[in-house]
Write a protein that binds this ligand. Structure first.
Ligand code: PDD
Length: 288
C-alpha cells in the first residue's frame, strides 16, 4: 500500500480506518469482476465533474442490471465526507460498486445487497514534468469486450496494455482496433488537425464516454475549434498538429510522442495547453 496509510474509507455504510476495512472473498467483484467503478478528481477539496460521474455510474449500474443502494446525492455526500475526514485537498476519489456477496454462482440472487466502497487517494494533479514534456504513448491491440461504454472493474486488458507501454518508456497505451485508435487504456484520445479541428471518437459501445471529454469538447467549441467525432488512425495522429488525452486523473494532457515518433515539433502544442488551462478554470468554478 502506498501514499496515505491512515485513511478513513467508506465500506457499506461505515466510515472506518483503512486497515479495518474488509470485503468478503465471496464478493462478486472479487469472484467475477461483477462491478462498476468511478474515479472523480478533487481540487481545492472539492469534487470535479461530479454530476457526469454520477450520471455515468447510474447508467453503468443499470446496464449490468444492478441497482444503487442509495441515491447519487447520498453518494456525493459520502464522497464529501471522505474528503473532509481525510483532509484531502488534491487527489482522487475512487468508488466501487459490486453486485454483492453470496456463494459463487454465475447467476445471482435477486435480493442481493450491493457492495459500495469509496476511498480517497492523495495525488498531485498539476501535471508536473509530464505537462512540460508532453506524454508518450504506445499503441497496443485493443483486446477488450464489446461493451466498453460500461465502466466495468474488469480492467485486465488495460493493466496489461499499460505494462507494455511502461516497458517501452511510455506514459499511456493507445488501444487500436481495425487500424483505428479506440481510446487510451484509462483516457479518451484526441488529435488536433492542422486546420484546427478537434477529432475524437463519437460515444458508442466501442469506448467509455469520458466525463472530462464533455467539458473538453464544449470548451474547444467555445474556442472556435470545429469538433469532428470520428475514429482516427495512428498515422493520422502522427501527422496531426497536436494530440492529447483527457481523464479525471489527468484532466487534459498533451501527447507529444506515439511509438517513439514525435508529433509536430515534439513539444506540447498551444491549443491543448490552452484547453487544459480553460478546463481547470471551469472545473474549479463548477466543483462541488
Ligand atoms: N479512467 N477511457 C477509459 C478506458 C478510461 O478508463 C477513462 C477513465 C477514460 C476517461 O474518462 P473520464 O474523463 O470520465 O475520467 C476514458 C479512470 C480515470 C481510471 O480508470 O483511473
Amino acid at each position: 500500500m502506498s501514499g496515505q496509510t491512515s485513511r478513513i474509507v467508506y465500506v457499506n455504510g461505515n466510515f472506518v480506518p483503512e486497515h479495518d476495512a474488509s470485503i468478503s472473498i465471496f464478493d462478486r467483484g472479487f469472484l467475477f469482476g461483477d462491478g462498476i467503478y468511478e474515479v472523480t478528481a478533487v481540487l481545492d477539496g472539492r469534487l470535479i465533474d461530479s454530476a457526469p460521474h454520477m450520471a455515468r455510474l447510474e447508467r453503468s449500474v443499470g446496464e449490468i442490471g444492478g441497482y444503487l443502494p442509495m441515491s447519487t446525492n447520498e453518494i456525493v455526500d459520502i464522497e464529501k465526507t471522505l474528503v473532509e475526514k481525510n483532509n484531502l485537498n488534491e487527489g482522487l476519489i475512487y468508488l466501487q460498486y459490486t453486485r454483492g456477496t453470496e456463494d459463487r454462482n454465475f447467476l445471482f440472487s435477486r435480493d442481493l445487497q450491493p457492495t459500495l466502497v469509496m476511498f480517497t487517494q492523495a495525488k498531485r494533479l498539476d501535471g508536473g514534468e509530464a505537462l512540460k514534456q508532453g506524454l508518450k504513448v504506445k499503441t497496443v491491440a485493443d483486446q477488450r469486450w464489446a461493451r466498453r461504454d460500461i465502466k466495468t472493474i474488469c480492467l485486465l486488458p488495460q493493466v496489461l496494455a499499460k505494462r507494455i507501454a511502461q516497458a517501452d518508456g511510455c506514459d499511456e497505451a493507445w488501444m487500436v482496433e481495425d487500424g483505428l485508435v479506440t481510446e487510451g487504456a484509462s483516457s479518451t484520445a484526441y488529435l488536433v488537425t492542422h486546420d484546427g479541428k478537434l477529432v475524437t471518437r463519437a460515444n458508442s459501445t466501442a469506448t467509455l464516454p469520458g466525463c472530462t471529454r464533455i467539458a473538453a469538447i464544449e470548451l474547444a467549441r467555445e474556442e472556435g475549434l470545429a469538433i469532428e467525432e470520428r475514429p482516427f488512425s495512428v498515422e493520422e495522429a502522427l501527422s496531426a498538429k497536436e494530440a492529447c488525452l483527457t481523464s479525471a486523473s489527468n484532466f487534459i494532457m498533451p501527447i507529444t510522442m506515439i511509438d517513439g515518433k514525435a508529433i509536430g515539433d515534439g513539444k506540447p502544442g498551444p491549443i491543448v495547453q490552452r484547453l487544459r488551462k480553460l478546463y481547470l478554470e471551469v472545473a474549479r468554478r463548477t466543483a462541488v
